[in-house]
Design a binder for this molecule. Structure first.
Ligand code: M6R
Length: 619
């Protein structure tokens, strides 16, 4: 939810930290701060409400020298977004300062205890409690900071990724994690000296090194200026670090000439889906090869049920996955909001497979849902984008969607990557279960392979959406309709519009309209209908008729060559024909563009919409 960056080495830390914060800003952007220690051991802390650029303005007036530092960009949980609640937070004596991502759940009890011990607090945050606790433990146990961090973290309930600095010590940076991600990058200066980078994810690190250690839960790393480092667990037992090589490419983290990351990511989809399919389809044999399914063949063959847990956009792709897997594999599939599932003592059988769908692989509710299912004996399968993420590591097996880093807060290419991956999973299971005829199986494989070029066609033939979107900026509400595989597309289209333009929008199964929501329709109401010339075409034509009779404005997504729905619509987006199960992959593209251009026309900050953050690592 928040972003942490750190540096220890020979270079000036400040520019590295600021650049890192810009890269992490998608994780939270309501305030930011930086702390540095200079060669004399003096500590400087500088914070500001608002974006990283505001912090830079404030810091321009300050002495920001130092070759070790930590920084933070915040998405507020405890305490409103203001300078005081921004990180880093000082301890009472101002000897320590700390940045934190996560939630200290027992912070109220700890705060009360510390207050009784004479500590006072300046902020409303749980983070300030943590830094005060570390100081308290250090002074009462007469121990050094590393030991104090160990002991303090033992009394903490909740999730944390932290980085701590101590005044007077420019040689040591302490970081730790539980529940929230933290990566240590190990780089080399030109003269071969080791330097350390810390990040909530790889984005602030990849520019400098591709050698990283993903800290595990309850691990504490002590990074030293002489280039050595140790990792211990909370019981102070030394752990063997596993050095990994990052696969992220720096270009993927830049806008590459586009006005926003979201637009770049929308246009990347033909290529990202090609990458997602890469090596997984044998075109000659018209076959899907998915190691995650092959390695666990028995499990999938004997599965009583598949439960897919996800949140937000990932929940929408999961719903499409359910329709596909049920149809192709004849296995019952349930789709659950992870946040509900985890708290309702669900019935889980040992022969259930629980699939977690998550772009970031860090969503707290999804992570908790699979931990619960694992405890109850289910087999956990991850469908994530971020390699090495918490959900990917918690799962027993899985398939990465491989669409590259998604920076825009509104998920676009991850959605299509998830739908494709779930289709691959469905096809791979169907092949083993023999639930599809060879003819149908091969036809679905062939058609899936053609999706990237059909996506390109869709993007090329819907270029006028920017002009057309201007007309909708005045709207207060939108309705999105779809049936079958396109009902989740309606939900996704509505979510995209809501989150970046702040226009209220609802997605419905088209036939549900007459059970209530049709009362909302009047000449002011735009109704977006996904109406491909496929399966339930005649039915959706009737649904459109019902809306037209109430003077609603129809914006439709139609199949190339269709004239009937086009004739009934005020505006039309065209997609090429494909199988019903793959229509969402094409139909969602104009809806993503529509929300993007309406938001731009309304002057919204598309990549960083208000109140949101890219990955929700808190409940
Ligand atoms: O990283 P995840 O896929 O687990 O994230 C789930 C949701 O938070 C995410 O899809 C969210 O709904 C997006 N902002 C939607 O655009």
């Amino acid at each position: 939810m928040c972003g942490i960056v750190g540096y220890l080495g020979e270079r000036d830390a400040y520019p590295i930290l600021i650049k890192g914060l810009h890269r992490l800003e998608y994780r939270g952007y309501d305030s930011a701060g930086v702390a540095l220690i200079n060669e004399e051991g003096e500590m400087t802390v500088c914070k500001a409400k608002g974006k990283v650029s505001v912090l830079e303005e404030v810091a321009a007036e300050r002495d920001m020298r130092g070759t070790m530092g930590i920084a933070h960009t915040r998405w507020a949980t405890h305490g409103e977004p203001n300078e005081c609640n921004a990180h880093p937070h000082y301890s009472q004596s101002k000897e320590l300062t700390l940045v934190h991502n996560g939630i200290i759940e027992n912070y109220k009890a700890l705060r009360e205890e510390l207050t009784n011990q004479g500590y006072s607090f300046v902020s409303e945050t749980d983070t300030e409690v943590l830094v005060q606790l570390i100081e308290f433990v250090k002074s009462t146990h007469h121990c050094d900071l590393v030991r104090a961090v160990h002991l303090a973290l033992k009394s903490v309930i909740g999730a944390y990724a932290i980085a701590v600095l101590e005044k007077g010590n420019a040689d040591r940076l302490i970081v730790a994690r539980k529940g929230s991600p933290l990566i240590v990058g190990i780089g080399k200066t030109e003269d071969g000296k080791t330097e350390f980078y810390v990040g909530s994810d790889a984005t602030p690190i990849v520019e400098y090194t591709n050698q990283v250690v993903y800290l595990k839960d309850e691990e504490i790393a002590v990074l030293k200026r002489d280039g050595s480092y140790t990792i211990t667990n909370l019981s102070n037992v030394e752990q063997t670090p596993q050095l990994q090589t990052l696969q992220v490419n720096l270009d993927e983290l830049e806008k590459g000439g586009y006005a926003h990351f979201m637009l770049k990511e929308i246009y990347e989809q033909p290529e990202s889906i090609r990458t997602c399919l890469g090596g997984r389809i044998d075109a000659k044999k018209r076959d899907v090869i998915l190691s995650g399914i092959l390695d666990n063949k028995k499990r999938f063959l004997n599965a009583r049920r598949i439960i897919i847990c996800a949140c937000g956009t990932s929940w929408h792709s999961a719903l499409i996955g359910k329709y596909f897997i049920e149809e192709a594999c004849q296995i019952p599939v349930e789709v659950e909001y992870a946040s509900e599932f985890r708290y309702r003592n669900p019935v889980i059988f040992k022969d259930d497979i629980v699939v977690a769908v998550s772009q970031s692989g860090e969503t707290a509710d999804t992570l908790a849902a699979i931990k619960l299912a694992k405890e109850k004996g289910a087999f956990i399968y991850g469908v994530c984008n971020v390699i090495g993420s918490s959900i990917a590591r918690e799962a027993n097996s899985g398939t990465y969607i491989h669409v590259g880093p998604e920076i825009g807060v509104a998920s676009t290419k991850a959605f299509t990557g998830q739908v494709v991956t779930l289709a691959l999973i469905g096809l791979a299971i169907a092949k083993e279960k023999k639930t599809l005829s060879t003819e149908m199986y091969e036809m679905l494989v062939d058609e899936l392979r053609k999706i990237p070029q059909k996506m390109q066609w869709t993007l090329d033939h819907n270029k006028n959406i920017d002009r057309f979107a201007q007309m909708f900026t005045y709207c207060k509400n939108f309705i999105y309709l779809g049936r079958g595989y396109n009902y989740p597309v309606a939900l996704e289209g509505a979510l995209k519009l809501k989150e970046i333009s702040y226009i209220h929008a609802e997605g419905y199964p088209a036939a549900e309209m007459k059970h209530g929501p049709i009362a909302l329709v009047d000449e002011e109401m735009p109704v977006v209908v996904v109406a491909p010339k496929r399966g339930m075409y005649e039915k959706i034509v009737s649904n459109i008729q019902e809306i037209k009779s109430r003077h609603g404005k129809i914006i439709s997504v139609v199949t190339q060559g269709d004239t009937v729905v086009k004739g009934m619509s005020d505006y039309t987006f065209v997609i090429p024909d494909t199988r019903d199960c793959y229509v969402p992959l094409l139909a969602v593209l104009p809806l993503q563009l529509l929300s993007y251009y309406v938001a731009v026309a309304k002057g919204r900050n598309v990549d960083q919409p208000r109140n949101l953050a890219k990955s929700v690592t808190v409940e």
